[in-house]
Design a protein around this ligand. Structure first.
Ligand code: SF4
Length: 344
């Protein structure tokens, strides 16, 4: 699907219907914020929901059906529109060159309070517009301050509203272990975006970030999941911790990394048992004025697609990176021959 035609939730028919029918009942201010924050969230692709089951319980709201394709995540814009995909705020203290929400951009900004976001999610869920929530945020004040608010949204949904839908939270790079651990009690999936595969290139485009602040929370998530697995073997009623595992996203084409560099990193990430998906996001030129970025007329979608094909070979056919690259993943016949040679 051509991303130029991609429709974020804020432009979808559900949103328009919601706006027309309920805007008189809901605070218009909240709906205006929803429009801004759903628009700001559309560039994050790491939101596929899968692999978790939450059964309906007496007195609880809804359920989550497990398995692949749990939600209509790739309809219309190919981007999980049946999740309410939104940011808590699009204000940000950081200035990442590749991001529309960077602090130096003059764009409409908004922040939802925890209760506004919880109410919106419940309203959308009750009306069957969504099957869950994909929540990210710009960084305000500091990583822990922001993460604490994300956690409160998930906690209120689960504990106050008995929400049993799917929740995917972005963990804020640099957030503390305590907050990541708390998030894991309420979210089905947590993700921390690597964004730029090589640290020197990340430093070039996002000087306020480093890989340590990404890999550290990834480690916390992994340790939490593995410990939880052991605990649940001993005590059946121990609450689940991030049952759908973790994911991450890399931007393709904003920096000089080759497909080989990207796939080697993916391959090493998949060595970790809790890493379920690596997403590849062809770089969209949102900040053309920044000379550190390449002048791309359109996102490298073919490259993005090939990376997904190679990723598939890595995950499901146990290809090594070199074999996946040599299998000419853009060539179906060659790919099938490679698969046959492996006797799969
Ligand atoms: S921290 Fe996130 S939201 Fe803020 S500028 Fe960087 S990528 Fe954008």
């Amino acid at each position: 699907m051509n991303r130029e035609n991609a429709k974020p939730f804020a432009h979808s028919k559900h949103y328009l219907y919601f706006w027309q029918k309920y805007s008189d009942q809901m605070n218009e201010n909240v709906l205006a914020k929803l429009k801004i924050l759903a628009e700001s969230a559309k560039y994050d692709v790491s939101c596929s929901s899968s692999g978790t089951v939450r059964r309906n319980q007496s007195g609880a709201l809804g359920n989550t059906v497990g398995g692949w394709g749990i939600c209509h995540s790739f309809a219309e814009d190919g981007r999980c529109i049946s999740l309410l995909k939104i940011m808590l705020t699009n204000y940000c203290i950081y200035d990442c060159a590749y991001c529309i929400n960077r602090r130096s951009n003059d764009i409409p900004r908004a922040t939802l309070s925890v209760s506004e976001l919880v109410d919106l999610t419940i309203e959308f869920y009750r009306r069957n517009y969504i099957e869950g929530l994909f929540l990210s945020s710009g960084v305000v004040r500091n990583p822990d301050y922001t993460m604490e608010r994300l956690v409160r949204v998930a906690k209120d949904l689960r504990l106050v509203h008995k929400f049993n839908g799917y929740i995917h939270l972005k963990s804020i790079p640099g957030a503390s272990r305590e907050l990541v651990n708390e998030a894991g009690l309420y979210a089905d999936r947590l993700s921390v975006n690597i964004e730029i595969p090589k640290e020197e290139n990340l430093k070039l485009l996002a000087p306020e970030k480093d890989h340590k602040s990404v890999y550290q929370p990834m480690r916390y998530i992994q340790q939490g999941i593995l410990t939880n697995k052991e605990d649940r073997k001993k005590f059946r009623h121990v609450p689940r911790f991030v049952p759908a595992g973790q994911s991450t996203q890399m931007i393709v084409g904003a920096t000089t990394e080759s497909d080989k560099d990207i796939l080697y990193l993916s391959s090493s990430l998949y060595q970790h048992p809790t890493m379920r998906r690596v997403y590849y996001s062809g770089y969209i030129s949102v900040n053309t004025y920044d000379k550190r970025l390449p002048a791309l007329k359109q996102p490298p979608l073919v490259r993005e697609n090939r990376l997904y094909q190679a990723d598939w070979l890595l995950r499901f056919y146990q290809f090594k990176v070199n074999a996946a690259r040599k299998s000419k993943v853009d060539d179906n016949t060659a790919r099938m021959q490679s698969i046959k040679q492996l006797g799969v």
